[in-house]
Ligand binder design. Structure first.
Ligand code: EPZ
Length: 423
């Protein structure tokens, strides 16, 4: 088991680098099998979710080559439409292999995907999308058996699902007509996926809005592509800097991808300075004179991202006043609060989607457990400011989505140590 041991409180200084977006790379790598030739993807984060999706791609015959943050995907020997079931169970993100397999083979066989325990994580929206595209879906021996090439037509999404939108796009890029996708999610990672597919010869318009038009093409040619910066990682490190009231430069990043987060933080009293260097953009936090509580409700993009709800809650433990947090996306996304309360945070849970943080409060280090990726990183932020030693168990969850987070934090002055213990 992996533990992080943090001695607090810490004052940070310097510059922390932002890696490529996990939630773009997890779709762009599978999308590469839609082409007839190899692709080279750069700025891929070195995180365990990426290791999993690469193993999953190899389980259907994809040849891959990884060197640091560059991944080459050769789809020419992809033969199977039935990815390794054990791996599918390990990673919720595996679900985005369904669209490409249906487009390529007109067939996909999947066990129920797994992932972080942040709520039911149903896949009904995905199945609904494929049915609207004329795909037949049977459920047998614990597997979804999907057959039939997706047909062009109109798709309306039920819950503005990010990955269901991405599955709809990937299922339609090789169909023989026009597919319109309505009530689509508009996250920047979806536009990044569409940019990559269009670079390979696809014809996708409107990605990043709620209405997308895909005109099917005969084939796609592999291409080189650079993943965009991870807005959630960038937001997490900005929140770490503000929580410790440090001056830290974070980037490269795209501030527009965090518009509402930055607005909420400046309304709370935070100050930022934008820096441009060699065509890349960075934000630097400026020392603040104390923050005031700002309520949030998490929403689909461009609303406040659910993936920053937990790190934001930690910042609000240091703000003056009561912060109401309404989590509208996932019903199980507060499990980290129990751990924060062990560190003497003051919080009241009103219902499975709403809680109040009372601040400011001095946190005290103790032994706690990470339960999922974003809840886990919130515990690191709490450890940064807590008095004394914080030991975070099950830190494997955090390695799923943050590349070398202990090394990056040590480089800006954090007293953090990684300990691998035999169970
Ligand atoms: C993507 O998950 C991200 N994951 C999540 O990031 C992110 O939190 C989420 O979008 C919301 O922004 C990846 O891109 C790999 P949804 P996704 O489908 O697509 C319900 C992280 O920490 N829903 O947009 O799985 C669902 O329960 C991860 O990086 C259905 O009801 O999320 C949720 O309430 C966590 N049926 C809402 O829709 C479905 O079939 C939004 O989920 C699908 C979703």
């Amino acid at each position: 088991m992996t533990q992080f041991i943090i001695k607090g409180p810490n004052l940070l200084s310097g510059e922390i680098s932002v890696s490529g977006a996990k939630n773009a790379a997890l779709k762009i790598l599978p999308a590469a099998i839609l082409a007839d030739s190899p692709s080279t993807i750069t700025n891929v984060p070195q995180i365990t979710d990426i290791d999993h999706i690469i193993k999953l791609l190899e389980s259907i015959g994809t040849k891959t080559e990884v060197s640091n943050n560059t991944v080459t995907i050769d789809p020419t020997n992809v033969t199977s439409s039935h990815p390794d079931e054990k791996l599918v169970k390990k990673l919720r993100g595996s679900i985005v292999l369904m669209g490409p397999l249906l487009a390529k083979f007109g067939r996909a066989v999947f066990s129920q995907p797994g992932g972080c325990l942040i709520g039911a994580r149903p896949i009904d929206d995905h199945l609904d999308v494929f049915r609207q595209l004329g795909v037949d879906i049977q459920y047998k021996d614990d597997c979804y058996i999907m057959s039939g090439k997706p047909k062009p037509g109109k798709v309306v999404l039920k819950a503005m699902s990010v990955t269901a939108t991405e599955n709809a796009i990937m299922a339609s890029v090789l169909s023989d007509g026009v597919t319109t996708i309505h009530i689509a999610a508009a996250e920047p990672e979806i536009a990044d996926l569409a940019n990559y597919l269009n670079k390979m010869g696809a014809n996708i318009k409107g990605a990043g809005t709620h209405d997308i038009v895909v005109t099917g093409v005969k084939s796609l040619k592999g291409s080189k592509y650079e993943i965009l910066p991870d807005r959630i990682e960038a937001g997490t490190y900005l929140l770490a800097a503000l929580t410790t009231n440090s001056e830290v430069t974070v980037g490269p990043m795209i501030p527009e991808h965090l518009e509402l987060v930055l607005k909420k933080l400046t309304d709370a009293g935070a100050k930022f300075e934008e820096i441009s260097r060699n065509g890349r953009r960075y934000l630097r936090t400026i020392k603040h004179n104390g923050l005031t509580a700002q309520d949030i409700d998490t929403r689909p993009y461009p609303g406040f991202p659910t993936d920053l709800q937990s790190p934001y809650a930690v910042l609000m433990t240091q703000a003056k006043g009561d912060t109401h947090i309404f989590e509208t996306i996932f019903e199980g996304r507060f499990r980290y609060l129990e751990e924060l309360i062990l560190m003497r945070a003051k919080a009241d849970i009103l219902n499975p989607r709403t809680f109040i943080i009372h601040g400011p409060n001095r946190l005290v280090g103790t032994e706690i457990s990470s339960r999922d990726l974003r809840g886990g990183v919130a515990l690191i932020l709490a450890g940064l400011i807590a008095n004394g030693t914080t030991i975070i168990d099950q830190a494997e969850y955090i390695d799923r989505g943050y590349e070398r987070i202990d090394e990056k934090l040590r480089a800006i002055g954090v007293n953090i140590e990684r300990v691998e213990t035999k169970l």
